[in-house]
Every structure is written in C-alpha cells, then in structure tokens.
Write a protein that binds this ligand. Sequence first.
Ligand code: PYC
Length: 413
Amino acid sequence: MPLRLLKFALRGTDAEPRFFPPEQPLADQYDIVIIGGGGHGLACAYYLAREHGVKKVAVLEQGYLGGGNTGRNTTIVRSNYLTPEGVQFYDQSLRLFQDLSEDLDLNLFYSRRGHFTLAHSDSALRTMRWRAEVNKHFGIDSELVDRQSIAKAVPEMDLDCGGDQPVLGALWHAPGAVARHDAVAWGYGRGAWQRGVEIHQKTRVTGIRVEGDQVRGVQTNRGEIACDKLISMVAGFTPRITEMVGLQTPIEIFPLQACVTEPVKPFLNSIIVSGSLHVYVSQSSRGELVMGASVDPSVLHSTRSSFGFVEELADKLLDLFPLTGRLRVMRQWAGMSDMTPDFAPIMGTTPIAGFYLDAGWGTWGFKATPISGKTMAWTAVNDQNHELIKPFRLSRFTDFDLVGERGAASVGH
Ligand code: PYC
C-alpha cells in the first residue's frame, strides 16, 4: 500500500461527519417516546423538535433505522385517493414531499413522473372517473385519459395486453412521483438528532406500563423508561404493541412482496399501475424496474419472498411490457402490511391516556410519511386529534363511520 495512503488512513483526522449519533445510554425519563424508527417515527420526532420545541424525545427502534416498511416499499408518492378524507390527507403529504430535500438538506431524489392507473373494464373506468372528480374537487391534478394519450406517453406499453384484458383508459395523476425511500428516513433521523432527539436502535419494546388508564412508561430490552406520552408508529408489529396496553384494533398483517430488475436504459418515465393485472411498475433513476403486486392472500407475519410471486408478476408484466421478457430479477423482498377493513389508517388518541397510535397503513405508508409525522406530532403535543386525521380515529370502527378507501388501492386485494 502506498505510504501516503497508509498515513491518511492512520491519521484519523479526516473522518466523515457522522450521520447518526453513536450508541448512547437510555435516559430514565423522556417527555415523549416514539416506538418505531421508520419514516413515520423519525418524521414525528423531527416535527416534535422543530415545530413544537419538545426536546426530550426518544425514538426506539428494534432493528435499524428504516429497516421495516420504509426500506421495503416501492417508493411511490401520490394523492389520487378516492375519499375526500384520504385525498386531503395525502395531498398535504405530497406537498411536504415536494420541498423535503431542501427542508432536510438531503437529496431525496424526489422525481415527479406522473402516475397512470389503468382501467381494463367499464367498472374500473367508472371508479377512475369517480376518483378524478373527487380529486379535482380538492384541487388535485387528476383526470381520466383515453388509450391514445396513454400510447403517446408510454409507447412501449402493449395496450391490448396480449389480447387478454385491453386497456380502455386510465386515471392520470400528473403529480405522482418517486423518492429515495431510505433517504427519507435518514433525512428525518438526522434532522431530529440535530435538534436533540435521541435515536436508539436495537432497542426493543417489551412492555408498556399503564397506571389507571394513563401511560407511565415503557420497558425495553435495555431497561425501563418513564414517559407520560408514547406514540406507536410501527408497521407489521402493531398488534404486539397494542396488546401491551390492552387495546384491540381490527388490523391484520399480510405480506406485501416487491422486486427489482437489473438496470436498463430509461424507457419508462411514468408510474404504471394496473389493479386488474395486479401489478405496479416504475423505473428507478438507476434504470431498474421496481415492481410489486397485491398483498399475499393469507395473514402471515413474515418478510420472506417467494418464487411464485415473481412468476405471477412476470406473467402480468409481460402482457403490458413484452420488451421486458429478458430482464433478470436481481432482488426480491417483502414488507408486512397492517391492513384495516376499510383500507384507511388508524391515527390519533386512544382510550389509554398518553398512548397515541399511527398504524394500519396497509400498502401506502411511505407516501404518508411527512404528513403522518407532522399531524401525529401535533396530536401528541395537544392531546387531541389534528383536524386532518380526525376521520382516521380508532373509534370509527365502533361508531360505524368507516373511510372506504379500498377503491384507491394500487392493485386489487
Ligand atoms: O398505493 O401507490 C400505492 C402503492 C404502490 C405500491 C404499494 N402501494
């Protein structure tokens, strides 16, 4: 090894600035503790510190930051939902996403692509028209487009789908975008840490202390912490946490698989979704196709991915994009989706004082990251549900006041 290089290595004075803090001991007490160091938890910590000046905040993550669904999704950001509640909520999230790189001083590779949800039947067209009307009512850029418009924007697509289920039209949502998912977690984490938030990785919550109906603390594999406010912002583990405080939710966990191909020259600028074919696909800035399908058919607590998933997905993808036939799949994985009966999240206060819930994100947690963090921070500080999340309260399941968002799912479930 050249001497100059060796000297540089041994000098140790040119270390990169740390992105995250070194491991540190847990304090005995915090004002607010957040369970889950994914995008939502870190965003909430960031807004608690930045907008509300709450300093004694700890984020507890059982694994590593962004290692759950934040790092496992297919990075799509959109606001073309079906219900007025969903549309307004995701619109605010998309607006925050647009300025987030600047806000967090980190390049999130936010890339506005436009988003097509294909309709292969008259009933699908009707749902797209409905969504377009609700979207437009709230100022969201969505419209129904015909085959010619799709062909012009995506010439590589076979609109006849090999003759099986021809595309009749689509819901076009110009603001649809992709963003680098783990950078979102890193950016929020760094911003929170710089403002005094403690981030504790490899710290698993094993119990929650409730006295009367008030949260008083949380037990972890590294000791007990006192706190009067505790926010659960986990995905795939919500029932384990809610059981600790004796709370029931209708959440059931289904795996959601995804995969990525080898990189190829850019040919697909837009994000393409087909509910009927159970496929969504976009091309990353590196040229890979990032793809996924519906959630797996059975309840399962697992992040294993299967050959059957790739086989079925490839079958459908080839109907749409025959030119991808020789592409190799490089990686595949799964996340765990907390599904609710109405496909809307569960957010806000709970019957346990000081215990707040951000859960039930199903297949769209990533796109909600900024607004979830912001509204949950407000909710915990003010001990009342932020206006935007009131429709998503847990009690809607007993009040029979559901927010039916199933029709806005990317793929059929
Ligand atoms: O809702 O856009 C979406 C989505 C894509 C992948 C999973 N959900």
